[in-house]
Design a protein around this ligand. Structure first.
Ligand code: FAD
Ligand code: SIN
Length: 522
């Protein structure tokens, strides 16, 4: 058993930012980061557009950013959280610079500001079109210099340890004592006992198969928290990004940043119509929920598989300079941006809901904190404003750090049983995992997509139960591995998305059900 003061699950912007802060403030405390796969694999690494932050107060203001966030969230944001995050933003962003992250400057030496859907001003700081890669690089470099941090890549968190696992008197409240962790290289399960645990395990995009998210985004943190009985909310608000590069294969889709539309690109149908003009006065720069719903509607009307992003009227040298990775990707597919349009389609991108936390990042479970995409802070409401999520992670990592600096958790001596896998065997039915994963992803795309109905949601529950029973049987009888645990987690997450969708009786932001009374004809 490993004992540590702080256990961090996940090495994206949320987990690493908190770690840098707590490790530097308390050099005598031990911090253990576990992360599945390679240390840098995360949604963070793929963030393109940047960080939304108010730096230029001549044109922009906190108030404008607050209003844009509230409008995008469609009435469901927590206003005090929105104000807190946006006002803290500049300070937290400047820390990234101090830690060595580079952001693009304009010809006057000021931060170059981009624009994305739903923003009324240019306020998105970025590093070319690979902002997340740069943030992840800088944070990991800092982490590797800290002597009191142990970073364990290829270590998969299976379950949180709570009273449920211990032979102690159950109390009213639930506490977290650490987590069971699978070493993905040796298949050994280790116990990590910690005074405080931070879940920073990111999003759920893979549940849909077609997604901008990398393979790590399987909703493990939400599933673990759900099994531990933490409060979880707003799971129906899945954000579909309007412009993932169209691909006939199911899997990770390359993102064409919304900043490309901020740069002036147009959405067109195959006949060349700029259809967004028919729906919203902001046209291509309406908020994401609206643009994705409109594309979905156009595709259903036309029977086409995708729409197009037209950049042919833009200055190609400026484009290349701002979006070198997107330019290169298109070139590799023989898309000449001076002549050709980019085929794009919406894909699942971001989870607005998650584990409920207060402003200090505390969950409903004692000594369990959550930060980043896995958490539900109230900032995003029914639809996240573009580039507000890196910002949210930076601000909440700081708030959790501040809270824990003042409130020392006392170490509780408990006897934690070892992981019990008696009676399980190495399964010969590995094929069942892939088969059920394909079924689950098809089910979520076809029955729980951008536009939902009560009929499809109810059918989805019945179909999900069949997959659930098959995989629970396999889980109880097999030696565990990452893909089995991930599938089990995605089933739990799908259940939460469907059941919370059925509870929502009004269309809001990213949630759109044709049976709800407020039928919005875009
Ligand atoms: P992540 O960065 O996803 O990190 C999660 C970590 O947890 C990973 O290290 C993962 O391996 C680990 N993990 C997960 N499960 C387990 C487990 N069971 N055991 C151990 N480790 C585990 N947001 C913006 O604000 N601006 C942008 O420009 C932007 N662009 C984006 C572009 C793309 C293509 C994508 C996919 C997202 C984008 N987002 C953007 C969203 C943003 O990147 C994410 O919301 C944010 O980076 C999440 O950070 P995080 O630290 O919470 O999670
Ligand atoms: C993008 O660059 O389009 C993604 C931005 C975000 O998800 O915030």
């Amino acid at each position: 058993m490993i004992k540590t003061n702080y256990l961090i699950i996940g090495s994206g912007v949320a987990g690493l930012t908190f770690t840098v802060k707590i490790a530097e403030k308390f050099p005598n405390k031990s911090i253990t980061i576990v992360t599945k796969g390679d240390e840098d694999e995360s949604n963070t690494k793929y963030a393109q557009g940047g960080v939304a932050v108010v730096l230029d107060t001549k044109e922009d203001s906190f108030q404008k950013h607050i209003e844009d966030t509230l409008i995008a969230g469609d009435g469901l944001c927590d206003e005090s959280v929105v104000e807190m995050v946006i006002k803290e933003g500049p300070k937290r962003f400047m820390e990234l610079i101090l830690w060595g992250a580079n952001f693009d400057l304009d010809s006057q030496g000021n931060f170059d500001l981009g624009k994305e859907g739903g923003h009324s001003e240019y306020r998105v700081v970025h590093h070319k079109d690979i902002t997340g890669y740069e943030v992840e690089r800088a944070l990991l470099q800092r982490i590797h210099q800290l002597k009191n941090v142990t970073l364990l890549p290829h270590h998969f968190a299976i379950d949180l340890i709570t009273e449920h696992h211990l032979n102690i008197q159950k109390s009213e409240s639930i506490s977290c004592f650490g987590a069971y962790i699978l070493n993905e290289k040796t298949n050994a399960v280790i116990t990590i006992n910690s005074e405080n645990t931070l879940l920073a395990s990111g999003g759920i995009g893979r549940v849909y198969g077609h997604t901008t998210n990398p393979i790590i985004a399987t909703g493990d943190g939400i599933a673990m928290a759900y099994r531990a009985k933490a409060a979880i909310k707003d799971m129906e608000f899945i954000q579909f990004h309007p412009t993932a590069l169209y691909d006939t294969e199911v899997g990770s889709s390359f993102l064409i940043s919304e900043a490309v539309r901020g740069f002036g690109a147009y959405l067109r149908d195959k006949k060349g119509n700029r259809f967004m003009l028919n729906y919203d006065e902001r046209a291509e720069l309406a908020s994401r929920d609206i643009v994705s719903q409109c594309i979905d509607k156009e595709l259903k009307k036309s029977g086409d598989s995708h729409v197009f992003l037209d950049c042919t009227h833009l200055n190609i040298n400026d484009f290349k300079n701002h979006f070198p990775t997107i330019y290169k990707k298109c070139k590799s597919l023989y898309i000449d941006l001076t002549k050709d349009w980019i085929p794009v389609v919406p894909a699942s991108h971001y989870l607005c809901g998650g584990i409920i936390v207060d402003k200090d990042g505390r969950t409903s479970i004692k000594n369990l904190f959550s930060c980043g995409e896995v958490s539900r802070t109230g900032l995003h409401g029914a639809n996240r404003l573009a580039s507000n999520s890196l910002l949210e992670a930076l601000v909440y990592a700081h708030n959790i750090f501040k809270y824990l600096s003042k409130n020392n958790t006392k170490s509780i001596q408990v006897e934690i049983p070892k992981w019990n896998d008696k009676g399980t065997q190495i399964s010969k039915e590995h094929i069942l995992i892939q088969h059920n994963l394909n079924e689950l992803q098809a089910l979520m795309r076809n029955y729980v997509g951008i536009v939902r109905s009560n009929n499809r949601l109810t059918k989805a529950i019945t179909k999900l139960n069949v997959i659930y029973n098959e995989i629970e049987d396999l889980y109880k009888t097999s030696k565990i591995n990452t893909s089995l645990c991930e599938l089990r987690n995605m089933i739990n997450v799908s259940h939460l998305i469907i059941s919370q969708s059925l509870l929502r009786k009004e269309n809001k932001g990213g949630y759109y059900n044709i049976d709800n009374f407020k039928f919005i004809e875009h």
